[in-house]
Design a protein around this ligand. Structure first.
Ligand code: GLA
Length: 336
């Protein structure tokens, strides 16, 4: 093993939120900001890891990566899952740095998982869907967040200049050109950090499972309506069904170059996430309002919700608020 440097990008989900774990549809893309992981060989039988941005360190035996919390859970979990999948992880020193704020809703988690995998693998010519599933196991089984596959697929399979329409029923992926002309997409942090392993996200997921049980179906993709369900399950189902429809409406709007319509779909997605999925918080609402006041054609929360960032589409001539960052589809995770 020689020194390997790998980059995992963050992601923005254009539309299709809380649909991945319901066998639904989403339209994410990888962005330029991300996490860089460097792995250098070490003698012995240990892994040493440093998170430069946090000024923290970790060290553990390769053979016995006991569980931990925070960023250490990602490193130890990735090493454990790579080994469990039969990969020969060597003793090494890992250095992590990035320009993607943790808890921003732009998937610093998947960026870190993907960069770790590509830095630690003996050979990066691997099936990326399988790798996304491995990264998802890190998050589910080692970090404790019952997240779906959206972030990992976006980060590992994204394409420059295009969003990725993902059908989570069969993991079919179709690239959708994102041609915005003089329009632009920006994200703006709400100031409220979100944590998947804590609370709201896992609770919504459990509600979707409860709704399936009540409807006698195995996935909300098979639901035809929310009729008869008690609240809040009826509202959760209504969000998932309407959000799936908005993903295809967005792909059609983009193909037709109808960016006013794309903006309206962002607004409708946000309203559904706020009112039916109840995944918003006051800081996110204030951020959406600031973006709309500045002239956004549409704005919505991105990612798991309960904090994080807001995505907005601006027409030519409008000026996004201070702190907004332009985002565009960049390359997938890769070795540098
Ligand atoms: C987080 C999860 C994803 C997905 C989104 C909501 O980003 O990691 O799996 O569920 O929330 O769409």
């Amino acid at each position: 093993m020689s020194r390997v440097v790998a980059r995992g990008p963050g992601r923005v989900n254009l539309i299709g939120e809380h649909t991945d774990y319901n066998d639904g549809l989403a339209l994410p893309f990888a962005i330029d900001r991300g996490v860089t992981v460097t792995a250098e060989p070490l003698p012995g039988d240990r892994v040493e890891a440093r998170a430069l941005d946090l000024g923290e360190e970790d060290a553990f035996a390769l053979e016995d990566a006991e569980s931990a919390s925070g960023w250490r859970a990602f490193v130890r979990g990735t090493v454990a899952e790579l080994r469990a999948a039969g990969h020969d992880v060597r003793p090494c020193r890992i250095t992590i740095e990035g320009d993607l704020p943790h808890g921003s809703g732009l998937s610093s988690s998947a960026a870190l998982e993907a960069a770790l995998c590509l830095a630690l693998l003996e050979d990066d010519d691997v099936d990326r869907v399988e790798l996304a599933k491995l990264c998802s196991r890190v998050e589910n089984d080692h970090v404790g967040a019952r997240t779906g596959l959206l972030d990992q697929l976006a980060v590992l399979c994204g394409e420059e200049g295009r969003a990725l329409r993902i059908d989570f029923r069969d993991l079919a992926m179709d690239a959708v050109p994102l041609e915005l002309g003089d329009w632009r997409l920006v994200t703006l942090g709400s100031g409220a950090s979100h944590e998947h392993a804590g609370g709201g996200y896992n609770e919504r997921r459990a509600e979707c499972t409860a709704a399936c049980e009540a409807l006698g179906i195995s996935s909300l993709r098979d639901a035809t309506g929310a009729g008869g369900l008690p609240g809040p399950l009826d509202r959760r189902v209504r969000h998932v069904l309407s959000e799936n429809a908005r993903v295809d409406a967005m792909a059609e709007a983009l193909a037709a170059g109808d960016l006013e319509r794309a903006g309206a779909l962002l607004d409708a997605s946000h309203a559904s996430l706020r009112d039916d999925y109840e995944a918003s918080v006051p800081e996110v609402e204030r951020t959406v309002a600031a973006l709309k006041d500045a002239g956004a054609a549409g704005a919505r929360m991105v990612g798991g919700g309960f904090g994080g960032s807001v995505l907005a589409l601006f027409p030519p001539g409008a000026t996004p608020p201070d702190g907004s960052v332009s985002v565009a589809p960049g390359p997938a995770a890769r070795r540098l």
